[in-house]
Design a protein around this ligand. Structure first.
Ligand SMILES: Nc1ncnc2c1ncn2[C@@H]1O[C@H](COP(=O)(O)OP(=O)(O)OP(=O)(O)O)[C@@H](O)[C@H]1O
Ligand SMILES: [Mg+2]
Length: 448
């Protein structure tokens, strides 16, 4: 009977997955296909750390509770002054007892982001990522009844933010941090990295010719141009751009939710001056990771206090509900659900029903398509650049294989159909084709 020898891990911006490689070269994704592990990390001041659905469940019950700095066991108060290692402590302050971290992958290549701090603890970005990797490792080890400490982890061709001048340094930083996170997660023997779009190139039904592999995920779009000859394939070019489904969710917030909540409202100060919400606040409200940032900095509370009673308190109440009232998760979940619905129907509803925020906004596919049109143009250019790098003209492309959740968006499918009208188009499993390829690569590394 074949024995397990190595893992492949796809640490995604939105979803993560793990697959095992056996010593006969076969691979298997661990967990059922409808059990995607969302790349969400729950941190609690009591040292509890959770991932995916467990993280969401815990956050929904504990996300609102706070501890006043005046009563915090991490602080000694001497003559009204705090003595503590906690960098968020302040006189009259408070902090949330739990945090939900989203899109940690998006920070891996950011030289200015080293991590986050809460409850007198520093969480390095490598630690945050390793929480996800180690949960998946433990679950897989448990299922297989053994401990596997070799892994191939996928990385985007260009991490989010690793574009423009000096991109190689930032890309290198992202890859080094990812490798360190895997080591911290217990992969002591062997950690190898592989480009995600390259991992997905083993496409059924492809014979000799140029294959274009397109991985459109939550954070990035990645392309591999591959020359396939029998069972050998040579990667001619890789390219990528930081555009993905999480940005589309944010665009849906901008186009549909922000106007409904009145986020462009004017506030009239006692001296008659007009104010709008500061950009720092409204810019962060458009994503779960931005809202988490606002929560940890307590920025919204300050702004709300300052603008309260100046004509638009309903707007401030809704912002509080999102930032401090636990409505952020239901809101972004509802946006995502509506976006997914638009992949199969022309109309959908952003339906939010939380204790403090309730609304239903009808949305249309054509309005969504208009909101993401510029992003899709960049995706198209990214493909063109990859072909140019590979010295391949579009007419030479025989096969186009698509993967990643955002590859299900009809406007993207239409764009690729138009770009390559004569090629054979394949939709691979959007959530498992990359991780299976990573496990295959892990096997090759292990067997060599
Ligand atoms: N039916 C659908 N229609 C449109 N978008 C979808 C659909 N299903 C999933 N998505 C989107 O796909 C994205 C997740 O895809 P995927 O799991 O491939 O990304 P990821 O691997 O986590 O991200 P990345 O590879 O960019 O780091 C999310 O933004 C999700 O909303
Ligand atoms: Mg992915």
């Amino acid at each position: 009977m074949a024995g397990p020898v190595a893992y492949g891990i796809d640490f995604g911006t939105t979803n993560s997955a793990i697959a095992v490689a056996y010593d006969d070269g076969m691979t298997e994704v661990i967990g059922t296909p409808d059990e995607l592990t969302e790349s969400l990390i729950y941190l609690h001041r009591n040292a509890n750390r959770l991932v995916g659905q467990d993280a969401i469940r815990a956050y929904l019950t504990t996300g609102n509770s706070r501890t006043m700095c005046s009563r915090c066991e991490l602080v000694d108060w001497v003559k009204g002054e705090p003595i503590t290692d906690c960098r968020t402590c302040k006189s009259g302050g408070a902090c949330f007892d739990a945090r939900l971290i989203a899109q940690a992958k998006g920070e891996l290549a950011s030289p200015d982001f080293h991590g986050t701090h809460s409850w007198s603890l520093d969480f390095e970005i490598e630690d945050l990522v390793s929480i996800v990797l180690s949960r998946m490792k433990k679950a897989a080890d448990r299922e297989l009844g053994t401990t596997i400490d070799r892994v191939t982890v996928g990385h985007p061709v260009r991490f989010a933010g690793a574009e423009g001048a000096g991109w190689r340094d930032r890309q290198g930083l992202g890859e080094n941090r990812l490798r360190a996170a895997a080591q911290r997660a217990g992969f002591t023997e062997h950690v190898s990295l592989m480009a995600e779009s390259k991992a997905a190139v083993a496409v059924d039904g492809v014979d000799d010719g140029i294959l274009l592999c397109l991985d459109f995920g939550g954070g990035t779009f990645d392309v591999a141009v591959v020359d396939v000859h029998g069972n050998r394939s040579q990667v001619l070019a890789l390219n990528g751009v930081s555009i993905g489904g999480e940005e589309f969710d944010a665009k849906m917030f901008d186009v549909f939710v922000a106007p409904t909540l009145g986020l462009d409202a004017e506030f009239t100060l006692p001296n008659g001056e007009k104010r709008r919400l500061p950009n720092e606040l409204s810019g962060k409200l458009r994503s779960l990771s931005g809202v988490n940032d606002l929560m940890s900095k307590n920025l919204a509370a300050g702004v709300n206090g300052y603008l309260a009673g100046m004509g638009n308190d309903a707007v401030l109440r809704d912002i509080s509900a999102i930032v401090t009232g636990g409505s952020s998760w239901p809101l972004f979940k509802a946006i995502k659900r509506a976006k997914h619905d638009l992949s199969t129907s022309d109309v959908a509803t952003i339906d939010v029903r939380s204790a403090e925020l309730t609304f239903a906004i009808p949305v249309t596919r054509s309005a969504f398509d208009a909101a993401i049109a510029q992003d899709l143009r960049e995706v198209e250019l990214c493909i063109e650049d990859a072909l140019e790098d590979a010295d391949v003209v579009p007419e030479d492309v025989r096969f186009v294989a698509k993967t990643g959740g955002s590859s299900l968006i009809p406007a993207f499918i239409a764009l690729v159909d138009e770009q390559f009208p004569d090629a054979e188009h394949t939709q691979m499993d959007p959530f498992t084709s990359v991780v299976s390829g990573l496990a295959r690569h892990a096997y090759e590394v292990w067997a060599s």
